[in-house]
Design a protein around this ligand. Structure first.
Ligand SMILES: Cc1cc2nc3c(=O)[nH]c(=O)nc-3n(C[C@H](O)[C@H](O)[C@H](O)COP(=O)(O)OP(=O)(O)OC[C@H]3O[C@@H](n4cnc5c(N)ncnc54)[C@H](O)[C@@H]3O)c2cc1C
Length: 381
């Protein structure tokens, strides 16, 4: 067991961290609590893709860097430290890019991969609906055969990146218990998007999408009929790891701010860091953070080795996202009333962390996955 990151990873991380400070942080300040525009999202993705963030998982024959998941996770964690909104944007775009690479026909790949690799095309994945969340097999969006293609009808809800995306990978029902994936292009096919007002991660767009008799030709189905849901389920372990890297970035930012503040804030004639109970708070935050980091890195390492890590990803996701809530809440406590003021980032870290226990399997759904591994008993139904 090796807990050290390699020299190559260290160098990649150092260069990336410098770049974030110089090129990303100044842009991020302009949209902290309001959704980034399409132009900003594209400008950010164009800047990040050359560093392997936004499409770095694609192998070289797809135009990507073939970055291993642990290295990629380190880059996302560093980005989330500064902006979980931008990390979310890039991670969702990267997931959609990989699905196009892995499931697209040669003509779809030819049409979309160059734009994705140039940072011109941003994607998203739409599974959840107003009536279904955790229970994806109950989805109602349909794709019905029509001439040489399919007609899509339905609504998708809570779709990350939707408002800035150029294409949506939509999961739709093509027959009873058969769910297929379609690429729907904003310009070519059209879809309606309504942005959602929400608690946190407000720079990262989240929207409702409506498909009203949208006709797509057959080649826009990614993979075989019925293969869409299998692909999505396979991708969940990866999504769980990457949503956890957002939790790590947010938690570390809150922890570092708390340590700094505790050393300079004076009460009862000494820094509050010199009071044992404040040290207790900091120690608990650091312990939660370290445990989260180890769990997330373990799952990412397994994925990098090409091994299944469904159990490890669910353990990492459920622990790291719940821990990020505890850590950001304690960070407010360490700051006292200053912690709830909008001019410090603590209340924003807290709201951002609160968002992460829900996507890619709620904490309860991940616990059910862990329980099923432990007992062999499916307690979902
Ligand atoms: C920030 C964010 C980004 C998102 N991005 C996307 C995206 O890009 N694409 C997309 O398709 N979706 C996305 N989602 C939606 C997300 O996948 C769903 O919110 C999630 O699957 C939960 O579904 P739900 O909200 O409908 O809750 P529900 O499934 O209705 O669950 C409500 C509550 O019931 C509990 N529950 C449900 N079933 C069980 C059970 N069997 N046993 C015990 N408890 C249960 C849940 O844990 C939860 O506490 C995003 C959500 C968020 C918050």
């Amino acid at each position: 067991m090796d807990f050290e990151i390699s020299e190559d990873q260290r160098q990649a991380l150092d260069g990336w961290t410098r770049f974030i400070g110089q090129e990303i942080a100044p842009i991020v300040r302009s949209f902290h609590d309001k959704a980034m525009t399409r132009e900003m999202a594209h400008a950010l993705i164009r800047k990040m893709v050359p560093f392997g963030v936004g499409a770095g998982w694609l192998p070289e024959d797809g135009g990507g860097m073939g970055l291993d998941f642990l290295t990629s996770g380190l880059l996302f964690e560093a980005l989330a430290y500064v902006s979980p909104d931008v990390a979310g944007l890039a991670w969702v775009a990267e997931g959609a890019a990989l699905k196009v690479y892995s499931n697209g026909s040669p003509s779809i790949k030819e049409a979309y991969l160059p734009g994705i690799m140039g940072g011109e095309l941003i994607g998203c994945s739409a599974i959840s609906e107003p009536g279904i969340g955790s229970s994806v097999r109950e989805m109602r969006t349909t794709a019905v055969r029509s001439g040489g293609g399919y007609r899509l009808n339905g609504e998708k809800l809570w779709i990350s990146n939707a408002a800035v995306a150029d294409f949506v990978l939509v999961m739709a029902k093509t027959a009873d218990q058969e769910f297929s994936m379609f690429l729907v292009d904003r310009e070519k096919h059209g879809f309606e998007v309504h942005e959602i007002d929400k608690l946190g991660l407000n720079g990262w767009p989240l929207a409702q999408i409506r498909f009203d008799d949208v006709l797509v030709s057959e080649e826009y189905m990614l993979g075989a009929p019925g293969a869409g849901l299998r692909e999505t389920m396979k991708g969940f372990a990866r999504s769980r790891c990457f949503v956890s890297t957002l939790a790590l970035g947010i938690a570390k930012a809150a922890l570092d701010a708390s340590v700094d503040y505790a050393k300079q804030r004076m009460q009862f004639g000494k820094p509050i860091a010199a009071h044992q109970m404040v040290q207790g708070l900091l120690a608990q935050m650091a312990t939660d953070f370290s445990a989260s980091q180890l769990l997330v890195y373990r799952a990412l390492s397994l994925m990098s080795q090409g091994r299944r890590c469904d159990l490890e990803a669910s353990i990492a996701k459920s622990f790291a996202t719940e821990a990020a809530q505890r850590i950001t809440s304690s960070a407010i406590q360490v700051h006292g009333a200053a912690g709830i003021a909008r001019d410090l980032p603590l209340e924003r870290h807290f709201r951002n962390a609160r968002m992460l226990t829900i996507p890619d399997g709620t904490t309860q759904i991940n616990q059910l996955i862990i329980g099923r591994y432990l007992t062999g008993i499916d307690a979902f139904h």
